[in-house]
Design a protein around this ligand. Structure first.
Ligand code: ADP
Length: 407
């Protein structure tokens, strides 16, 4: 049956005059394609505009990673191919027939003239293009959402695994520690300096393992927001004195100097003493780890006033180490984030560039935020020759008089 092209054109472009429709009839082509014909191919330079008069097409696109996704199906009355024409760019998608499909084809010149003489068509194209862009946005957003959900699931699985592993490790560790303690107190061992040294080594090893396991558990708690802070007035002066003591042998071993400077009067902070200790412990471990021998670490703290926080204590932990590239400065506070290759790390806790599980700064951030504080890092960049150093800055709300009176 011969198709009445003019009728189809009139239905598609009702504002065109009869003369124009008759003229157009001689300028367009009518074509029927069998199912599964690729009419437009992504990337191809080919400028034809198509109006579907019978059948259906499927529009697909390759996304990153090579996956071909169906964008939409178009049927009678719909058009396609206009984007490449308007933008003079290669095809942005594939158009394939799903069954026998008849189209009216307009070459570029004909299409341009048509557009000029039919405001109705121009408007329809603008509207349709917006709709399509919107629906593409929707697809992109839902893809993003799906990817986010997958990542969140993976993250949760990782944390669940860490939690289980940490709990499982704790029991045998306690057993080893118990037996090591028995050995240490044994008369025979106490009289043998070599055995005493060996047992001392076992004890140090288990203590270190405990620290790692507890760090793993801390991070799972931070993530589930179950990190409890029981606040009491804490004097930073005592925290740093204790830490200086804690690190004295590591500092001597690595020939590093640690200076602690209080500027002016500094009040108590309202804090969980264990968590605050862990925060500065971690910042100092890192400063030691990422500063080569003969360097120095300076902790400075003072009272200040911060917008939206009020009176606050500012603490800066400055080292003369390798520094941190600005592009990593935010991400290092994410859990599991490490710069460089994990396998290259040496494993000593305070040895130069000794690796960790990449959880330290995540714990720092979680703990500081649990105290309504802020933490960030300032560093000119990473340079193992010039050693620009890093400064970790912390703000913690200072105590208010009524906090103390509530105690
Ligand atoms: P890790 O267990 O790897 O030390 P952290 O969360 O403590 O994990 O630190 C994340 C990364 O941030 C480290 O791998 C290191 O590259 C970088 N970093 C942390 N502190 C410093 C510092 N003081 N100087 C230079 N780099 C640092």
């Amino acid at each position: 049956m011969e198709m009445d092209v003019v009728t189809k054109l009139r239905e598609a472009f009702p504002d065109l005059s009869e003369d124009t429709l008759q003229q157009l009839k001689g300028l367009v082509r009518v074509a029927t394609y069998p199912p599964n014909t690729l009419i437009c191919e992504e990337g191809a330079y080919e400028y034809v505009f198509y109006l579907i008069v019978d059948g259906e097409v499927e529009i697909t696109k390759h996304f990153d990673g090579g996956e071909e996704r169906v964008l939409r199906h178009s049927t009678v009355g719909d058009f396609f191919g206009e984007m490449a024409l308007v933008q003079q760019e290669p095809r942005a998608a594939n158009v394939r027939t799903t069954r026998d499909t008849t189209v009216i084809e307009f070459d570029k010149e004909v299409f341009d003239n048509l557009l000029a003489s039919s405001p109705e068509l121009a408007w329809r194209m603008v509207r349709t293009t917006f709709d399509r862009l919107r629906s593409n946005d929707q697809t992109a957003l839902s893809d993003l959402h799906e990817a986010y959900m997958t990542l969140a699931r993976l993250d949760k699985a990782k944390l669940d695994f860490i939690e289980i592993a940490a709990h499982e490790l704790r029991t045998p560790l306690t057993v080893i520690q118990g037996y090591a303690d028995v050995l240490r107190n044994n008369d025979v061992i106490q009289t043998d300096s070599v055995l005493t040294e060996i047992v001392g080594g076992i004890m140090r090893g288990t203590t270190r393992l405990y620290e790692i396991v507890n760090g793993m558990l801390d991070i799972t708690k931070i993530d589930t927001d179950t990190l409890k802070t029981s606040r009491v007035p804490v004097l930073l002066q005592s925290v740093f004195a204790e830490l200086k003591n804690e690190f004295s042998s590591a500092l001597a071993e690595r020939k590093l100097e640690l200076h602690v400077k209080q500027i002016g009067d500094v009040p108590y902070i309202e804090a969980d003493p264990n968590l605050i200790y862990k925060v500065f412990y971690q910042l100092l471990v890192n400063a030691i780890k990422y500063t080569p021998d003969n360097g120095s670490i300076t902790v400075t703290y003072w009272l200040t006033e911060v917008e939206r926080m009020g009176p606050a204590v500012a603490i800066a932990v400055q080292d003369t180490g390798i520094g941190i590239d600005p592009k990593h400065q935010k991400a290092i506070f994410e859990k599991f984030y490490q710069i460089g290759q994990v396998a290259l790390h040496s494993s000593g806790k305070t040895s130069f560039k000794g690796g960790g599980p990449g959880l330290g700064l995540a714990l720092v951030k979680g703990a500081i935020e649990a105290h309504q504080g802020m933490v960030w890092v300032e560093s000119e960049g990473y340079d193992e020759e010039k050693l620009p150093g890093s400064a970790f800055k912390v703000l913690l709300p200072a105590h208010t008089p009524d906090f103390l009176s509530q105690q």
